[in-house]
Every structure is written in structure tokens, then in C-alpha cells.
Design a protein around this ligand. Sequence first.
Ligand SMILES: Nc1ncnc2c1ncn2[C@@H]1O[C@H](COP(=O)(O)OP(=O)(O)OP(=O)(O)O)[C@@H](O)[C@H]1O
Length: 261
Amino acid sequence: MSESAGTAGPGQTAGTDAVPGKSVVKVTDLVAGYLPGVNILNGCSIEARSGELIGIIGPNGAGKSTLLKAMFGLVKVHSGTVVVRDQDITGLKANKLVTKGVGFVPQNNNVFASLTIEENLQMGMYQRPKDFRKRFDFVTDLFPELGKRRAQRAGSLSGGERQMVAMGRALMMEPAVLLLDEPSAGLSPVKQDETFLRVHEINRAGVSVIMVEQNARRCLQICDRAYVLDQGKDAYTGTGRELMKDPKVIQLYLGTLADTA
Ligand SMILES: Nc1ncnc2c1ncn2[C@@H]1O[C@H](COP(=O)(O)OP(=O)(O)OP(=O)(O)O)[C@@H](O)[C@H]1O
């Protein structure tokens, strides 16, 4: 969100990192994997600065989702560091990370179908129930539909609406950085665009975003900077415009980019 880095958004509260250019997340030489002796990430390094919308693209199996999971304590880190707002959070578990400014919306995030939208948002606040009203106002300023339909059961929502609830729930803990794993997965092109718009809104409200996307072209269009992952490493980085014109990226990921043209 280069045009609005660091500006206050609806209901933005003190504590959000709003100093443009300051490092919010720095991942250095991360080596991680699911099974002993099998590394999926092989020395991956990325950084998100305050207010940035960072895209992560790359071929299938490159380790994009694994990177987000490792940052969120869901995959064993063997070496390397994850630093959030100058604090080393490497290897901390998810329940601790949400108090350290990291939010995560997994792929095909499941909402609590039998709960209402408001109750789903409440679930995001289980560690800070006193702040519920303030955070609920922030999220519903951002996504008014969630406020209007607060009493509706999440199970009756469309895929795109569920994704909005999932993102809203992650925002309840006031993250400095939101990790989004393929937010557009399984959605129609129109719903994908709506979801990208919401991601943009979140970012404009001062939250740094790191978004893994299959839709590489769209991702490069909307992000400030992106990393191209290959075999568990950051192979290329640059602005979306730079990467879309980079012959090496085009050569390597022609399929990915062409599919989404
Ligand atoms: N739970 C798991 N246990 C063991 N291996 C896994 C697990 N999840 C993923 N992997 C492996 O890790 C590698 C990277 O997977 P990952 O999902 O991170 O890639 P990706 O870049 O996000 O791929 P895609 O674009 O296809 O979603 C793959 O080889 C995959 O088989």
C-alpha cells in the first residue's frame, strides 16, 4: 500500500506499527520442515516493513504455505530466526504469537459454522476479552457487513464472506502483521477480486500483510513487493512491476503467470 503507508485507518489504535519503513517482520535464513531430516525451507529470508503488503509467489511445492506456518509456530524450525517488532519469536507457539503481533489466516480457513459472526469474532479475542468492543468496532468499521450481519450463523455464509470473517477474527488481536495463506483459494474471479480488495483495506488500515497467492499475476499487481520462492528459498524479490518484467521470473514461472493473465 505504498500510497498510504502508515496512515491511520478506521478505528486504528495506538500500538499498530505505523512508522513507514520500520521492519515489522524479518525472517532470516529459515530452515524448517515437517519430518526429521527433511527440510522444506532451505534458508529462506523475507522482510515486511511497516505498512507493506508483501506477496509470496512461486511454483507448487516451493514452500510458500510452509513459510507462513513456520512463522506462526506450526512447523518445526531447525535454524534461522523470525523477528517481529524487534523481538525474536522463533519457535513460539501460535497462542503466544497472537499476543506478539502476528495474525494468521490459514488456507481454506474454517469459520465456526454453528456460531454467529459476532461469536466468531469473539473467538479471536479469547486472550483479551476486555478489549472486545474496541476491536469489534475496528473490524466492523473495516468490514461493515460483519457488523450488520453479526447475528447470522457463519455456516450460512458464502466462501468469500467466510474468508472475511476469518480475516476479521485474526484482526481482533490487533496484529502488526497478518499472514494470509491463499485468501482467494476456491473463490470465483469476482469473489477473488472482492477478497483482494479486503486485503487492501486491511493493509490501508495500517496492518502489514504477507500474502501467499497462487494467483501470481494478481498478487504482483496489488502488492508493494513480492518474493518468489523456489525450493524453499527466496529466489527473487522486487516490486510487483519489476518481477512481472524480470525475464528470469517470467522464464521460471511462466506457467504461473500465464495461467492468471
Ligand atoms: N503436513 C505435511 N507433512 C509433510 N510434508 C508436507 C506437509 N505439508 C506440506 N508438505 C510438503 O512440503 C512441501 C511444500 O509444501 P507447501 O504447501 O509449503 O508448498 P506451496 O508452495 O505452498 O505449494 P502450493 O502452491 O501447491 O500450495 C511439499 O513438498 C509438501 O508435500
